[in-house]
Design a protein around this ligand. Sequence first.
Ligand code: HEC
Ligand code: HEC
Length: 427
Amino acid sequence: MASVNLEHLAGRRVLSLRGKSVGHIEEIRAERDGDDLVVTEFHVGIFAAFERLSASAIGVAMLDLFGLRHRDCLYRIPWEKLDISDPTRPRLRCTLEQLSHMKAGIDGKGKAWSSNSLRHVMASSVWKIALTVFLCASGVGTVLWYMTGAQPPFSNQDQQFEGPVDVAHGELVFAAGDCASCHATPGQSDRLKLGGGMALASPFGTFRPPNISPDPVDGIGAWTVTDLANALLGGVSPERQHYYPSFPYTSFTSMTAEDVRDLHAYLRTLPKVSGRAPPHDPAILFGIRRSMGIWKMMFFRQGTTSARLDGDPVHDRGAYLVESVSHCAECHSTRNAFGAIKSDTRFAGGIDPQGTGFVPNITQHRLSGWTENDIATMLKTGETPSHGRVGSSMADVVTNTAMLPDSDRQAIARYIKRLPPIATPRP
Ligand code: HEC
Ligand code: HEC
């Protein structure tokens, strides 16, 4: 093996894209092996600003010196492993024919870019663009990941949910909130067995309300009142995940601390039910819970309400029940493409989320013939002034509103009666 002296190359600049100098050759050694030239050492000093591009810079250096693309020779160091923090020692094996080409390259001071080298430059610029795109995308991804994380709004240190509890009042909150309509175990008649599992169809997939009985393993028996507050008011689970808005926390979010506290106490008195609901079957886009972080950024403001108050205590109590706890708008409104309620047609009716018909407009555009008492009576007995009894999911709602005191039904009726008329949107 004859040694080939390539010392004169030391110090030569390594050029990269658009002729920019990215570093220089510190040392280069090669040996002649029969018809082959074996480059045994190849140290390139890369200027700090170009460190990330070291691998491509070395590629450019070889092209520059030898007129060879790395795939023209046997190149024994994995390309992507080239790292300037550990001096690179690529071995380059070329044929004699290539060697003469190389000599020409070495002897000539100038640098003639062949079409091959141009392609290389293109390739390395694609690489650079790809790197930039990747860095930007991962930057945006990191920011999104951070922003979509579920932050529980309350901590166990928060005092606002502490205090004496009123279980009987909690029972009324439970009724007003219609919790049993979604969480009672289907196929049995006890509305207080909250084993969950009912199929709630929606354009975004089928959701199954979970077991919220006091079972410590399958239900929420181990939950603190803060956990319940984070779920109802923030849509965040104890595992710090977002809930789907098929759980109407979008309305519950403005519930008072006392109501949450009493509801928590009441839920603890209910029978334990073991077993878990089957998993949700969300549409593909919603398969990842984290995507609800984006949905919430767009459509959910924790603690806010659409209630309009007018100073009349009966009306304003109704505003709280209708807009928050009893979440009437969740069914009686049209939704946008993302499933969020369209605020300008709130209460003006909409397609039944379960896909079975149309939920009626309950603004004065349609209910002007109903008196406040008619509405209050319907909420107690299900009877409407004109056409018999309400049916479908409203019948479930009435099972619950029938348990409220007259004053609450009157409050709900007054708020509904004073809703401004809005024409029914076309489905
Ligand atoms: C329209 C149907 C519906 C109503 C009404 C409803 N929920 Fe739910 N609830 C759901 C769905 C669906 C989920 C599951 C959401 C998810 O997994 O993202 C859920 C989840 C929950 C959870 C979280 C349980 C867990 O294991 O993480 C709690 C707690 C809860 N609901 C309590 C209540 C209470 C209390 C009420 C009444 C004030 C209520 N829900 C009313 C549908 C409903
Ligand atoms: C789970 C969905 C759902 C919720 C929640 C709900 N409704 Fe309804 N509501 C319906 C459906 C569906 C009908 C139509 C019933 C029928 O076709 O008989 C209806 C009918 C009515 C009607 C009768 C309208 C008519 O012209 O016959 C009134 C009034 C009404 N709801 C008021 C309310 C109030 C007030 C609340 C809140 C306390 C409420 N609804 C909550 C689904 C719901």
